[in-house]
Design a protein around this ligand. Structure first.
Ligand SMILES: [Zn+2]
Length: 277
């Protein structure tokens, strides 16, 4: 039986709920609309329209291309035409591109490093496997570990993702999502600066009960999502292949070709809010 990394329905639902919830917050923050009015205008397309329509409100930055990080600019694949960019989804604010490097990663860790209990050692093995995946991606996009979760762009949690329950509009019944061993989700926020910067943060969850090898494979796959590869590869030889296989793949040329192409796209993320008063 095929076991899924990030079951697509759950992932898609998360995507929608994440962006909708955040759009509401941003609408309230940016335009100061009453909460009720904001809740009625939940679609991502009305999001930018509404914020543009209020003359005294700050505007969303237009989608623009960030300079390519040196590590990706240097990347030259043997076959540059091979990628799965067509599978990658954008969001209501554009592609999920990081523009400040190194990207700050917070990793859950055992509280007491002197504790040699079996459960603590098991926890440490989880940390080691995730660190290995971070080191693999660090070649292409600079990542650094931070000690406080509040400072992080990306949090990697040692927890088993909860199953989603959602209303099926066709049947009127609630569907219970499949159990997954790993999940990545994101949220948007305004980073306090002058003027504030439209930003995103990522949360990765990786099940603690996986084998050491599976934790590495799951972390490698989910970090790909967290770095902006918001979609799956149809080929088993890519780290972002859509299903979990016994011999999971290392980061492939196609993974990096896709990542590079994503980072050459325009996005509203990472740019300052325009205040035209
Ligand atoms: Zn996935």
């Amino acid at each position: 039986m095929v076991k899924w990394w990030c079951e697509r329905k759950i992932w898609r639902q998360l995507w929608v709920s994440a962006s909708l919830a955040i759009a509401t917050t941003l609408l309230v923050v940016i335009i100061g609309l009453p909460k009720l009015a904001a809740q009625q205008s939940l679609s991502p397309s009305s999001f930018s329209l509404l914020s543009q329509s209020s003359p005294s409100a700050p505007n969303l930055p237009p989608p623009r291309i960030h300079p390519l990080p040196a590590s990706l600019a240097q990347w030259q694949a043997q076959d540059r035409t091979e990628d799965y960019f067509a599978q990658i989804e954008s969001t209501s604010l554009g592609y999920l591109i990081w523009s400040k490097f190194p990207i700050k990663v917070y990793l859950e860790q055992p509280k007491n490093l002197q504790d040699n209990s079996a459960s603590n050692l098991h926890f440490q093995q989880w940390v080691d496997a995730v660190r290995e995946a971070i080191a693999e991606w660090n070649i292409y996009l600079p990542l650094t570990e931070v000690a406080e979760a509040e400072l992080a762009d990306m949090t990697i949690a040692r927890s088993s993702p909860s199953r989603e329950i959602k209303l099926n509009r066709e049947t009127g019944l609630y569907d219970i999502g499949r159990a997954t061993t790993a999940r990545t989700s994101y949220e948007f926020y305004l980073q306090e600066d002058n003027p504030p910067i439209l930003s995103h943060r990522m949360r990765v969850e990786i099940d603690p009960s996986l084998s050491q090898q599976s934790i590495l494979a799951a972390a490698r796959h989910e970090l790909g999502h967290a770095l902006g590869i918001w979609g799956h590869s149809p080929q088993q030889t890519d780290a972002l292949y859509f299903s979990q296989v016994r011999d999971s793949s290392a980061i492939s040329s196609r993974d990096i070709n896709t990542l590079k192409k994503i980072y050459q796209q325009p996005t509203r993320l990472g740019w300052a809010i325009i205040n035209d008063q």
